[in-house]
Write a protein that binds this ligand. Structure first.
Ligand code: UGA
Length: 405
């Protein structure tokens, strides 16, 4: 039975009982046996207790939240907080006992990712696009709002640029006005197709400024520039996380990134689509590691950029084979033409994060992948029940060629 219906039903029965008792009591009073008020109180008291219990059971539906004193509790804004990474960060900060405001325009974020917090006194969800200014009072801002998957950010490059430039200006303006600290979710894409391997924070990168990825790569690069301009000129406290490839539950089934594509294809017995020869490399971190790194960075005194990623590097072909094995799938591996400007190598140098934050990833790749596979299996069931089977989204191809999956 639906909860609201249940509560309405209980209240209705309660009112009926009270009214019935009231009528009875009226007659009693007329007979002069007892005072109406005391009888009503007698009848209502147990019902009041029942309603209290019901209310308590509703507040207990939330994951456990620590109690923080006023002094330690922060008001935290997470832009893009209903997205894949943002929603896991929301969970951590809520469970740590902070007050969290999630702002999302739901382009790639989903209400489902944070619905378990709706109604909690420490939580607020605002449907808002960061391209428009926002006026709220907060102590910290995690600025994550932006599509992060290549097909998503290439879908509307102008919007991606606006989100990362105007959106970041708006959030820095807010940070300046209210004296909040801002953490920018930057990306390994600022290193482009790197000529230095592994990539450390001092490397300036190798980005094609007019290629299909530029809207995101250059958007994030200028977002970093803005952070340091606000820090130098206005004294805003900034933190910059350069996030490397991340995966885990709540990635959108239609996300188009390699992990969700390969798992989805393996689970459905379809060919795993490797773009190019599969010799390009990536290093994947599990989302909980990233979230711990983001919180450690925000609360550190490190204002220069910090890489957050797992340095365990694999070729994409190795990755396809591993996912096939873990899923137990008989899918073939299909080689398609390579994506334009696709970085050929990527692996974070995380010495700075280890030294300055005491942070390093702890979730082994296979353990993380098994959790993601479990999640996607459940999602497929959910989608099937809703009669919608998602298809992996293709990335932009070289020279405008159409990709067939
Ligand atoms: O996962 C992430 O966190 C990162 O994803 C993307 O970076 P990219 O490395 O291109 O991520 P994917 O789209 O997952 O691609 C990884 C590699 O797999 C390949 N790929 C992707 C999808 C597919 O079906 N098949 C396939 O071979 C791509 O060509 C690429 O070489 C974003 O640009 C980054 O900002 C983001 O941090």
């Amino acid at each position: 039975m639906n909860r609201k219906f249940f509560v309405d039903y209980v209240l209705c029965v309660a009112r009926g009982a009270v009214w019935g008792n009231f009528v009875n009591m009226r007659s009693l009073q007329e007979n002069g046996d007892l005072k109406v008020e005391s009888k009503i109180e007698e009848a209502v008291a147990p019902l009041r207790e029942k309603i209290k219990d019901l209310e308590k059971s509703f507040t207990q539906k939330y994951p456990p939240v620590k109690f923080l004193s006023e002094k330690d509790r922060k008001r935290i804004l997470i832009t893009g907080g209903a997205g894949f990474v943002g929603s896991h960060l929301t969970d951590k900060l809520m469970m740590d006992g902070h007050e969290v405001t999630v702002v999302d325009n739901f382009f790639t974020g989903r209400k489902r990712n944070v619905e378990h917090w709706i109604g909690h006194e420490n939580f607020e969800l605002i449907n808002h696009d960061v391209v428009e200014p926002l006026y709220i009072e907060v102590d910290q801002i995690y600025h994550l709002a932006s599509p992060a998957s290549p097909p998503n950010y290439m879908y509307n490059p102008i919007k991606t640029l606006k989100t990362n430039t105007i959106g970041t200006l708006n959030m820095l303006g807010l940070a300046k006005r209210v004296g909040a600290r801002l953490l920018l979710a930057s990306t390994s894409e600022v290193y482009g197709d790197p000529e230095v391997h592994p990539q450390n924070e001092d490397y300036w990168g190798h980005v094609n400024p007019i290629g299909p990825r530029a809207c995101y790569d250059e958007g994030k690069r200028v977002a970093e520039t803005m952070c340091y301009a606000y820090m130098k000129q206005e004294g805003v406290e900034v933190r910059v996380a350069r996030i490397f490839n991340t995966f885990g539950p709540r990635m959108h089934m239609n996300d188009g990134r390699v992990v969700s594509n390969f798992i989805l294809q393996a689970l459905q017995g379809e060919p795993l689509t490797v773009y190019g020869p599969g010799t390009q490399t990536r290093a994947f971190q599990y989302v909980s590691d990233l979230v711990n790194g983001l919180v450690a960075l925000m609360n550190s005194n490190v204002s220069s950029p910090v890489n957050l990623g797992n340095p365990e590097e694999h070729t994409i072909l190795e990755f396809a084979q591993l996912i096939k094995k873990l899923v137990g799938s008989g899918s073939e591996i299909q080689f398609l033409s390579e994506a334009q400007d696709d970085p050929q190598k990527r692996k974070p140098d995380i010495r700075k994060a280890k030294l300055m934050l005491g942070w390093e990833p702890v979730v082994p790749l296979e353990e993380g992948l098994n959790k993601a596979i479990h999640y996607f299996r459940k999602e497929l069931e959910y989608q099937a029940n809703n009669q919608y089977i998602p298809k992996p989204k293709p990335a932009r191809m070289k020279k405008g060629r159409t990709r067939h999956n």
